[in-house]
Design a protein around this ligand. Structure first.
Ligand SMILES: NC(=O)c1ccc[n+]([C@@H]2O[C@H](COP(=O)([O-])OP(=O)(O)OC[C@H]3O[C@@H](n4cnc5c(N)ncnc54)[C@H](OP(=O)(O)O)[C@@H]3O)[C@@H](O)[C@H]2O)c1
Length: 297
């Protein structure tokens, strides 16, 4: 275990499997205080014990929250604030919005949102808002949100963003990953160039994980099993994600979309300021955030 990140504190969602668990290994192994987030208490306990056995001195704590529910995202933020207070820590060095899902079937959350829209787009939007004051309280905060190469060659279907009038799971996924890049660009614009907080969207590449298996029918699982074989390991992919959250040299970088620790041009639509503003206003409404109150200076 190294001590490179011994004074740093990170929140990482989706820290129970795949890229998130691999990123947690790196952060914990470098001495950071890591607050991991997962949706199942059992999987959180298992991940925590894996990290502790790999790094006996690791400082790792898990919170359980189903990010498809905004009430749980808000509860999670409160729990994180309480944990930091207990550690006498008054700022956060990074938030990694990694949790994500792909579902082939239309499902609506109890709060009335299409599930991929809720987990992949609204949850990072809301959690970032909730934790922004802590990120702004430190000298160099990062918000890293995991996007995907699937955000290319797509657009937002403005008249039916949650695809209620004709569901296509892949299009729903692609839209959320495009929304992630639009969100990241707009967050940086709203924070301004003098802000101590910088946001980046991470493209993890194609990665050998279980993502396509979860809750999907046999045919989708079979396709994902074939597809993921061309992918890199979660460990390789996680390096690029952790780099965006931790490397001091990119604090002032203006590029928003990164793959394997290098900037990459996103889908040009992701840089459309009008679309980003429109999406932002909608997410504020959908998350019940008063207009103009997202970023506190
Ligand atoms: N794998 C790829 O090729 C690929 C490519 C591009 C982008 N990505 C993105 O990379 C990120 C990580 O995906 P992965 O491939 O590592 O998949 P994964 O192994 O399935 O990990 C996803 C993580 O998100 C958590 N999660 C899912 N739904 C949640 C919810 N409602 N509430 C809280 N946590 C939830 C999962 O919890 P459980 O452990 O309980 O399932 C898991 O920890 C996602 O944002 C994904 O879209 C992946």
């Amino acid at each position: 275990m190294s001590n490179e990140l011994k004074d740093k504190t990170y929140v990482l969602t989706g820290a129970t499997s795949g890229i998130g668990l691999a990123a947690a290994q790196i952060l914990a192994g470098q001495g950071a205080l890591l607050i991991g987030v997962g949706r199942s208490a059992e999987r959180c306990a298992q991940a925590e014990s894996e990290l502790q056995s790999a790094h006996p001195e690791a400082r790792v704590e898990y919170c359980v929250a189903d990010l498809s529910m905004q009430v749980q995202v808000r509860g999670l933020a409160a729990e994180i604030r309480a944990k930091l207070t207990a550690h006498r820590i008054d700022s956060l060095d990074g938030l990694i919005n990694n949790a994500g899902m792909f579902t082939y079937r239309m499902a609506i959350t109890q709060e009335g949102f299409e599930t991929q829209w809720a987990v992949n787009h609204l949850a990072p939007f809301l959690l970032t808002h909730e934790l922004l004051p802590l990120l702004q309280a430190g000298p160099a905060g990062r918000v890293v949100t995991v996007s995907s190469g699937s955000h290319y060659n797509t657009h937002l279907k403005w008249n039916d963003l949650q695809l209620r009038r004709g569901y296509n799971g892949l299009l729903a996924y692609k839209q959320t990953k495009l929304a992630t890049v639009l969100f990241t660009a707009e967050l940086n614009r709203r924070l301004g160039s003098h802000s101590s907080v910088r946001a980046f969207a991470a493209d993890p590449g194609l990665v050998f994980t279980e993502m396509g298996f979860k809750g999907n029918p046999r045919l989708v699982r079979w396709i994902w099993d074939l597809r993921r074989r061309s992918g890199v390991t979660p460990q390789e992919s996680a390096r690029g994600v952790v780099y965006l959250a931790t490397d001091p040299s990119i604090q002032k970088a203006t590029q928003i979309y990164w793959k394997d620790s290098h900037p990459k041009a996103p889908n040009p639509y992701a840089l459309d300021e009008k679309a980003a503003r429109r999406l932002w206003d909608l997410a504020e409404q959908e998350c019940g955030i008063e207009p103009g109150k997202y970023v506190s200076m």
